[in-house]
Write a protein that binds this ligand. Structure first.
Ligand code: FAD
Length: 535
């Protein structure tokens, strides 16, 4: 098979034009082209009045070898690489202690799945509830303001990204094509096939819920075991070796191979890990607000006359501004046609985040506008970033009226530094509700100044971004983990053998894809170590 890249066609091209582009590129006749598979379809919207589709294709011809030789100097004509996933190990007959995975978010799901596929029968422990029960609790909180601190947007089967936009792209290097394994498993679990080829795939909340259930069933079928409402509260460590753990109900599990894939919000577990002497460092993260515009404003600014075109869907954006102060402000977790959600896992705190459905057809576009901060902003203790997050979330709770409503402000008022009293043309979508106020007291002054500098700069890239009626809600604090649990090349903690820091919470991933990929890598490392010890 031959991989052809950089094939650029008009947005409304016909199937025949795509075929003709292949024939022209390879200088072959129609009867020599056997099969065409779209590997990737991207959008080039740099010139908004002439938007192109950019293709990478895998084609089979009647003379592949000859053509590969003939075009050997052409970077756009290469043999299709083998991207299939190959298991690195197989469980020994007498497995003995089973590996344990703590957390059933994207990282834990893939660590558990790959261990199960290799025959290691993992035990998976998740503090939250199974996804249907969790959905009731989470949507219940949004409706009636009753928070379940163990079952919410952050905690429960599927992890933090279950009620999300389900964006599935990552910028991490992936030489071994782990990302392909993740996408293939998602499709097998019911994700739309297009995630395999569109350049910015997304799934949306409701599809994610049923996919998570199917992946759970697959793990169990392969001999794995998943326990819900099973919070890990203690670790048994002797002489720098992890030997097992204790659950909140007092039960114990022995294992010398435990992946901790606990996400960025398990603050009590972070504290416990630190107290047990596992090496932990403070890490940079970002804080800010969520901004909402009418999706039509963003579509028009980015797609011009093509706004609303079915192939393009709702427009997304990614923005960065480097401030005079040296701080960076950037958009994060942009959700086209989505809603802003209450994302706290702790009582008396307000945290914003975003989600959408597969259709992305809600009226607003939202994204977090956040400022990068680092341990010099919260010095003194490895867990000091958590204290800062808590402080900001509590301040948002108080400013929102102490009932889980989010404080909100119009962008125009935020720029002027005046309190908002009335909404304009953008209705904030945050549930349970909002309270109009002045949000400038919510963040450190340097963050407020940085965001004030960034919004007009973003307006130069997206006309209308700084519209006075756009709304801000906040605070956005759970952007990534405030700590890093350091690991070595063997994927084990640098001072605690058998402890595998994994995924976003440990500082090794950010987002669904990279967390899932990290889960595969951790599973491989655990399997190889188990086999080594079994020798
Ligand atoms: P998590 O998904 O956080 O999973 C950790 C799991 O561990 C949780 O289920 C938790 O309950 C469990 N746990 C914690 N402590 C314990 C314990 N002591 N014992 C047992 N279990 C424990 N990313 C994207 O790429 N695209 C998006 O569109 C996107 N949208 C998002 C929208 C929202 C609302 C949120 C909150 C996040 C979003 N993200 C998105 C980020 C993404 O969800 C995370 O990057 C990803 O889920 C991290 O995966 P993880 O497995 O490392 O951790």
């Amino acid at each position: 098979m031959i991989r052809l890249s950089n094939i650029k066609l008009d947005l409304d091209h016909s199937p025949e034009e795509l075929t003709q582009a292949i024939l022209t590129m390879l200088n072959i006749s129609a009867d020599e082209l056997v099969e065409t598979v779209v590997f990737r379809r991207g959008i080039d919207a740099r010139t908004k009045n002439r938007i192109f589709l950019l293709y990478t294709l895998d084609v089979t011809t009647s003379k592949d070898a000859f053509l590969l030789e003939q075009f050997s100097d052409n970077q756009s004509v290469k043999p299709t690489p083998d991207m299939s996933y190959k298991f690195v190990a197989k469980a020994p007959e007498d497995l003995g202690e089973r590996p344990v995975v703590v957390g059933f978010g994207p990282c834990g799901i893939f660590a558990g799945l790959v261990l199960a596929q290799m025959g290691y029968k993992p035990i998976i422990l998740e503090r939250g509830k199974e996804v249907r029960e969790r959905t009731k609790d989470t949507f219940g909180f949004w409706r009636s303001k009753k928070l379940n601190t163990e079952s919410n947007v952050q905690f429960g089967e599927g992890g933090a990204g279950t009620f999300s936009d389900g964006k599935l792209w990552t910028q991490i290097k992936d030489k071994k094509h782990y990302g392909r394994k993740v996408l293939n498993e998602f499709v097998e679990a019911g994700a739309p096939e297009e995630i395999l080829y569109v350049s910015k795939p997304h799934i949306g909340t409701f599809k994610l819920v049923s996919m998570v259930e199917k992946m759970r069933a697959k793990i169990i079928e392969l001999g794995g075991e998943i326990r819900f409402s099973a919070r890990v509260d203690d670790l048994h460590i002797e002489n720098g070796q992890l030997l097992g753990l204790t659950l909140a109900d007092g039960s114990e599990i022995k294992s010398k191979h435990i992946a901790m894939a606990i996400g960025h919000s398990a603050r009590d577990t972070f504290q416990m890990i630190h107290d047990k002497g596992v090496y932990v460092e403070a890490k940079p993260f970002s804080v800010g607000f969520r901004i909402e515009h009418n999706q039509s404003v963003i579509d028009k600014a980015l797609f011009g006359q093509f706004a609303g075109h079915p192939i393009l869907g709702a427009a997304d954006y990614k923005l960065v501004h480097h401030c005079k102060s040296g701080r960076s402000v950037y958009s994060f977790c942009m959700c086209p046609g989505g809603t802003v959600v209450a994302a706290t896992s702790e009582e008396h705190a307000v945290v914003t985040n975003g989600m959408s459905q597969y259709s992305r057809n809600e009226r607003n576009a939202n994204s977090a506008i956040v400022v990068g901060i680092d341990p010099s902003d919260y010095p003194g203790h490895p867990l000091a970033g958590i204290d800062l997050q808590r402080q900001l979330e509590k301040a948002a709770y108080l400013l929102g009226g102490e009932n889980y409503d989010a404080p909100a402000q119009l962008v125009g008022d935020f720029m002027k530094g005046t309190s908002s009293a009335q909404l304009g043309g953008v209705d904030p979508s945050y549930k349970p509700g909002i309270r109009l106020t002045d949000m400038t007291s919510l963040l450190p002054q340097y963050c407020v100044e940085a965001i004030r500098e960034a919004i007009p700069a973003f307006n130069k890239k997206i006309r209308g971004f700084a519209m006075e009626d756009a709304t801000l809600t906040g605070v956005e604090t759970r952007t990534s983990s405030p700590i890093s649990i350091k690991r070595g090349d063997d994927y084990q903690s640098i001072n605690t053998k058998g402890f595998y820091p994994s995924g976003e919470g440990a500082g090794y991933a950010g987002g669904i894809m990279s967390s899932a990929i990290d889960g595969i890598k951790v599973a491989e490392a655990m399997a190889l170590s188990i086999n080594e010890q079994a020798k």
